[in-house]
Design a protein around this ligand. Structure first.
Ligand code: MN
Length: 151
């Protein structure tokens, strides 16, 4: 079963990289309430976890300047970037600039944040194992954290 899951995720990732050339793969969904982020973020829950597939898959689209709060995923998370340019940072490490076509693996239990750059829209497909629990949210990303790290 674990092998099948890995194969499925790899095929999904390859498929998304090929299709990343296209501008709108899925509708961007509804504007998310500003609970765990600043700026404007749209979410489209494409596939919810169920009794067969113990992970959810969703599309997130960030307008320029939008970013999530610091958080961690007990089961980890894979981000497949479908659009634009964004930032990804793990606690204690330098902020990275990430672009359409790239894959980010957020390790289980590692505090991090992701979001758009100040002047570019940013979108990704996120697949998140759910069996170890939901996302745990921490503090807001400060303006200094958002803007001060080296490229
Ligand atoms: Mn995350």
């Amino acid at each position: 079963m674990q092998i099948l899951r890995i194969v499925f995720i790899l095929l999904l990732a390859i498929s998304m990289q090929v299709k990343a050339q296209q501008s709108t793969l899925f509708p961007k969904g509804e504007k998310a309430a500003n609970v765990h982020h600043v700026g404007t973020v749209y979410l489209n829950e494409l596939s919810e976890a169920d009794s067969v597939f113990s992970y959810s898959t969703s599309l997130a689209t960030f307008e320029p300047g939008a970013r999530l709060d610091w958080h961690m995923h007990p089961g980890g998370q894979i981000l497949m970037i479908t659009q634009g340019v964004g930032y990804y940072q793990e606690k204690g490490k330098a902020r990275q600039t990430v672009r359409q076509g790239e894959i980010i693996k957020c390790p289980p239990g590692v505090e991090h944040w992701h979001g758009a750059t100040p002047d570019r829209t940013f979108g990704y497909l996120a697949t998140s194992p759910t069996q170890k629990g939901k996302t745990i949210w921490f503090k807001r990303v400060t303006d200094e954290e958002y803007g001060s790290a080296k490229e």
